[in-house]
Design a protein around this ligand. Sequence first.
Ligand SMILES: Cc1cc2nc3c(=O)[nH]c(=O)nc-3n(C[C@H](O)[C@H](O)[C@H](O)COP(=O)(O)O)c2cc1C
Length: 190
Amino acid sequence: MSVSHDDLLALLQARHSCREFAPRPLETGMLEALEAAFSQAPQAGGARHLACTFITDADTIRELADAGRRAFAGLCNEIPSAFAREETRRYGENFFWFADAPALAVVTCRKPPAFLRVAMGDKAALLWGGELSGAMAAFALLLAAQTLGLGACCLTGPLIVWREMETRLAIPKHDNLVLLAALGHRKDKT
Ligand SMILES: Cc1cc2nc3c(=O)[nH]c(=O)nc-3n(C[C@H](O)[C@H](O)[C@H](O)COP(=O)(O)O)c2cc1C
């Protein structure tokens, strides 16, 4: 293992969220390289309950962001208190900007098994660790994106309308959507 602490620190320091992308697709092999980093992360129970799939079709990404924005507007409109409605609307301002991202990583994990849900109720997810494993793997993916010269941004905001997102992304009933990550070449690097 030849990675020095200084190199690791430099990589961590260089990584910053990117929210504006050049209109340019990822080069061949980049998604495979990101997936390779994702799959090296530790997973709770040593299991393989995580999945990362990539969307690169521009129309599909735009439709997902637009559908999320619409569902979020509907959710806000149903909030009776004007104050809470406005707060929620403001809270969601940074959730659906990813319409123009050249690629979107979709991270899912298997739901906790029935026996754990019976034993632990709502806390089963803590022991199962699916979401936390997803977060660790997503961080590996973000760092890999940095090494490839790509910009990236982790997104859990869109999960505010998780039913809409899971339906549109055709997430199987036995899985949870953990997060999305927008990916592409940074706009300032064209
Ligand atoms: C779990 C997680 C969820 C995030 N969700 C969003 C999001 O929905 N929208 C967004 O614009 N940024 C999102 N971010 C990016 C953070 O805002 C960003 O990481 C933070 O402001 C620190 O900036 P940096 O990544 O440039 O260091 C998320 C980050 C994490 C770790």
